[in-house]
Design a protein around this ligand. Structure first.
Ligand SMILES: [Cu+2]
Length: 566
């Protein structure tokens, strides 16, 4: 048991945490290598995506290459390449200098056409590299960026390549309009500058106290990266099965939600409540962000009744999906398209439920169970203009890299999370035997160093937000944002092994809020749902006493920021 006191101006409340430890068994991990050439290509392709390619080596390919002149470079004899070339020649593809949203079915179809072309490539050079250079200059810039990101993540040829931070590739999605305006002015007047970006809204809004969390560029990058690692549109014919995708959809969003609630508790706010389709959305939101092309992200006032969204979905339809999903949980089984029943009352049940709720291609019946998660994002996002009268653009809720900015994001995910809990609560409890590891005893755990969080300035480059001109050269322009960080600490675990042989152990460490919003102590049973995964690692345990030290920098749930590529 340890005590954390936040030192930030936002966090005045003392939080106390239990640390819970679980021991399990070892699995293996593999490390991969990248190549410098591919990395240079990716950096060049993603540098100033709204401008023509600047590297001579790649620039030559933008007109000296034809995607369909040699189909032997593809594993599918050029089928995917021909398809996108045909669509391009017929001018069916989204033009450049227009907004892109993955939740728009037509936009998604286009970016997947390019992704499928890349996935059919046998080699990086020439196939992926030349096609990337060729299409970068022709199709919508954001369609291209999304396709290239998911290709580098999922194509075996992308292994080892580090993708640049998205907030420097598409800064508009992460930066307030006020700062973008100042960046333009700085460039035009050739004055380098660093501009402090504040969180949107004012202190008149209690939600402002946790804006640092939802508007954090790190959580937005984490969220969009997760959805690129485990895309809802993924089909196994791209090459492999994404194991436990539905379960991880639950886990990733559950962790974001409980972490958000912990931030709320430490800022004297109630835990976030779930959305109800037949009640107003109490919290409004004004994003203060603009698209690079097309205009502003729409706002939503407080207390908006949820209305049908013309041409997208009726609230009634979404409520029917919810009813069918709740019935499945109550019945303990889901049904496939052919009427076949699959039990969900076992350890893979949550995986199926996750696929159903998210609107994954893995859902056993997408027509029947619908797409609760994706549609909730769109419907809630459109409530500023549900009839489409004002020609508004897609909201922050309709992009994975901006969604957490809106407090309604967490209300939607609390709603979804509670459905997962309904299933969890139906499962038989773990037995003592399930939880025990005979002969292994955790004798002591302590934390070296104080658990302290604080805010620090973080800078990122806005060069890629701005257009180039021969007469106006680049100057250094940075946005400066406050981000929450923590002081370093380490765990010490004393474990006694009474076994005769060495064994492999998985250690998992969770941190759980100790008191609720009324300062009442959580019982272990009521508080465990709010536990935050802090670390997970593997160690060998030898017969006798074992002392394990684990540093916070080594945590598997944190990563350093990707280096700037400006
Ligand atoms: Cu998400």
């Amino acid at each position: 048991v340890t005590i954390q006191q936040s030192q930030s101006q936002f966090q005045s409340q003392v939080m106390k945490f239990y640390i819970i430890l679980l021991l399990g068994f070892l699995t293996a991990v593999a490390a991969e290598q990248g190549t410098a050439g591919k990395q240079q290509d990716v950096n060049a392709l993603l540098w100033k995506i709204y401008q023509p390619l600047h590297r001579n080596r790649l620039k030559k390919l933008t007109c000296g290459f034809s995607p369909i002149s040699s189909t032997s470079i593809y594993t599918d004899e050029g089928v995917a390449a021909k398809k996108i070339v045909d669509e391009f020649n017929c001018e069916n593809l989204l033009e450049q200098k227009k907004y892109f949203s993955l939740f728009n079915p037509k936009h998604r179809e286009e970016t997947l056409m390019l992704f499928e072309l890349f996935m059919s490539c046998k080699t990086w050079d020439p196939c992926i590299r030349n096609n990337a250079a060729y299409f970068r200059e022709r199709i919508n810039e954001n369609v291209f960026v999304y396709a290239l990101y998911v290709t580098v993540i999922h194509h075996p040829l992308g292994d080892g390549v580090v993708l640049p931070p998205l907030y420097e590739v598409t800064p508009h999605m992460f930066t307030n309009r006020e700062i973008i305006d100042r960046a333009y002015s700085a460039k035009m007047t050739q004055n380098p500058g660093k501009f402090q970006m504040n969180f949107t809204g004012t202190w008149k809004n209690p939600e402002q106290r946790v804006a640092y969390f939802g508007e954090d560029i790190g959580i937005n990058v984490h969220h969009v990266s997760w959805h690129m690692d485990y895309p809802f549109w993924w089909k196994d014919n791209y090459g492999y099965h994404l194991d436990r995708k539905g379960e991880l959809f639950f886990w990733a969003h559950h962790q974001m939600t409980v972490r958000y609630d912990a931030e709320r508790l430490s800022n004297n706010l109630n835990p976030v409540h779930e959305i109800y389709w037949n009640k107003p959305i109490d919290e409004g939101f004004a994003p203060h962000t603009t698209y690079k092309y097309g205009g502003e992200f729409p706002s939503r006032p407080d207390n908006v009744d949820i209305a049908d969204v013309d041409g997208v979905a009726k609230v009634r339809e979404v409520m029917a999906w919810e009813r069918r999903i709740r019935d499945a949980i109550a019945n303990g089984y889901v049904t496939g398209r052919d009427g076949k029943q699959f039990s969900i009352l076992h350890d893979r049940g949550i995986d199926m439920l996750g696929n159903i709720i998210e609107q994954s291609e893995y859902s056993p019946d997408r027509a029947y169970y619908g797409g609760l998660h994706n549609m909730a994002h769109i419907i809630i996002g459109r409530q500023g203009d549900p009839k489409g009268k004002f020609d508004q653009l897609p909201s922050v809720m309709e992009h994975f890299e901006t969604a957490t900015r809106d407090p309604a994001f967490f209300q939607v995910h609390k709603y979804i999370n509670n459905m997962f809990k309904e299933l969890k609560d139906k499962l038989p409890p773990y037995t003592r035997e399930d939880m025990m590891w005979n002969g292994i005893e955790l004798e002591d755990i302590s934390v070296d160093g104080n658990l302290l969080t604080y805010f620090e300035d973080f800078e990122f480059s806005l060069k890629n937000a701005l257009d180039d001109s021969v007469s106006v050269s680049d100057v250094d322009i940075m946005a400066v944002v406050k981000r929450i960080n923590h002081k370093e600490f380490s765990y010490m675990l004393r474990i006694l092994s009474k076994r005769n042989e060495e064994v492999d152990a998985t250690v998992r460490i969770f941190m759980c809020p100790r008191r609720d919003n009324n300062k009442i102590l959580y019982s272990l049973e009521s508080g465990r749902w709010g536990c935050i995964e802090m670390d997970k690692f593997w160690k060998k345990l030898y017969p006798g006493g074992n002392i394990l030290h684990r540093h916070s920098n080594d945590s598997t749930v944190t990563v350093p920021d990707v280096p700037s590529f400006s």
